[in-house]
Design a protein around this ligand. Structure first.
Ligand code: PMP
Length: 364
């Protein structure tokens, strides 16, 4: 294979080399079928085996409790922002939302079309923290309590699950930390995410939905966003993201063969510690605004020289010359963002940190 660049992009993001190589080998002729997966019926025996295996691996690698169904959907994380209130309002007129950054804010705005949104705290801007759970004003009769487990833009991650009333299921958006760490399902009703960061290609959304929350969709809910329809049809209600499901299956095999999610979590902690350490030891040359207790293991946003845009442009230019791409910060926060998802190796992270050291020494 040609030498690839080091990809620190936020998503679609790096896919493990072993997965890309296997997909390339199988691309033209899948399993001696004489055709590509891209050309294959979603009702064929070959694809049925792939989707079944993807579900089985997902359950095993994530230790998904039996009371959850695994649904392979489309419409992205954004589709779920609407699907959630449409499916699980269950006659209640309000839902609780914890707004901690761009993605939970977007989810709350979308939900407002379908349900009254009650924010459990006033969003504190700029987004740099998660308020103490004990201060959240939760409603006992809320349909659910929504949170974003990892805010991709702002680099804020929940390291413990939020507290909730026993009758109010938690809904978690794990788009950007899917299978990057063990997940505690306690109290959760829906756990969902797009696959384009940690689990493969864009075009597939995985929704893990507790069985008792299936079958309550409102009459306007489109069939493709209905948990009931998707479940009743084994996620093949219509043509699913055939290739996306195949790639996710390969990524799940890669996770299994690499030692599973615990192993990934250990490496992810080590990778993020390396990056935060150099930020924190740079006496302000690099700065990350997120409070230490809530920093993400996946997305590390930082500024250089207190937000010196010329210096940041020069950093990005030097990074590109060293084969590092995808480091430009999201337009909402500017600066730099290093996304160090599962597929980004420890060596690649070390290469980034070495470059940060070098850049600091030359420009401080
Ligand atoms: N949630 C989070 C945490 C995200 O990072 C993103 C995409 N970056 C989304 C939701 C939206 O996902 P999609 O683009 O698949 O709709």
């Amino acid at each position: 294979m040609t030498l690839k660049k080091m990809n620190f992009g936020a998503g679609p993001a790096k896919i493990p080399e072993a997965v890309m190589e296997k997909a390339a080998r199988e691309f033209l002729d899948y399993g001696n079928s004489g055709i590509s997966i891209l050309e294959m019926s979603h009702r064929s025996a070959d694809f049925t085996a792939i989707i079944k295996e993807a579900e089985k691996l997902m359950r095993e690698e994530m230790s998904i409790p039996n009371e959850f169904e695994v649904l392979f959907m489309q419409g992205g994380g954004t589709g779920q922002f609407a699907a959630i209130p449409m499916n699980i309002a269950r006659g209640k007129d309000a839902a609780d939302y914890a707004v901690t950054g761009t993605w939970s804010d977007k989810a709350a705005k979308e939900a407002e079309k379908y349900i009254n949104v009650h924010k459990v705290f006033t969003p504190t801007k700029p987004y740099v923290t998660i308020p103490e759970y004990s201060g959240w004003e939760r409603k006992k009769d809320a349909a659910y309590l929504y949170y974003c487990a990892n805010e991709t833009v702002h680099g804020i991650e929940y390291h413990t699950r939020p507290e909730t009333h026993p009758d109010v299921p938690l809904v978690a958006d794990i788009s950007s930390n899917f299978l990057s760490r063990p997940f505690d399902f306690t109290g959760h009703g829906i756990v969902f995410g797009g696959t384009q960061k940690n689990l493969g290609a864009a075009g597939l959304t995985v929704a893990l939905v507790r069985k008792d929350l299936i079958g309550h969709e409102n009459r306007h809910c489109p069939s493709i966003l209905s948990y009931k329809e998707m479940h009743a049809n084994n996620s093949v209600y219509n043509t699913p993201s055939v290739y996306g499901i195949y790639i996710t299956k390969l990524v799940l095999e890669w996770i299994r063969d690499g030692g599973g999610v615990e192993k990934l979590f250990a490496t992810n902690q080590e990778k993020s510690r390396l990056v935060y350490d150099i930020i924190d030891s740079s006496a302000g040359f690099f700065s990350c605004p997120v409070e230490a207790a809530h920093r993400s293991h996946m997305n590390v946003p930082f500024r250089i020289g207190g937000g010196d845009e010329a210096l940041e442009a020069s950093f990005l230019k030097g990074a590109a010359e060293r084969g590092m791409v995808g480091l430009k910060g999201h337009r909402a926060v500017g600066g730099i963002r290093a996304s160090i998802y599962n597929a980004v190796t420890l060596d690649e992270t070390k290469a980034l940190v070495d470059y940060m050291n070098e850049f600091e020494a030359a420009n401080r």
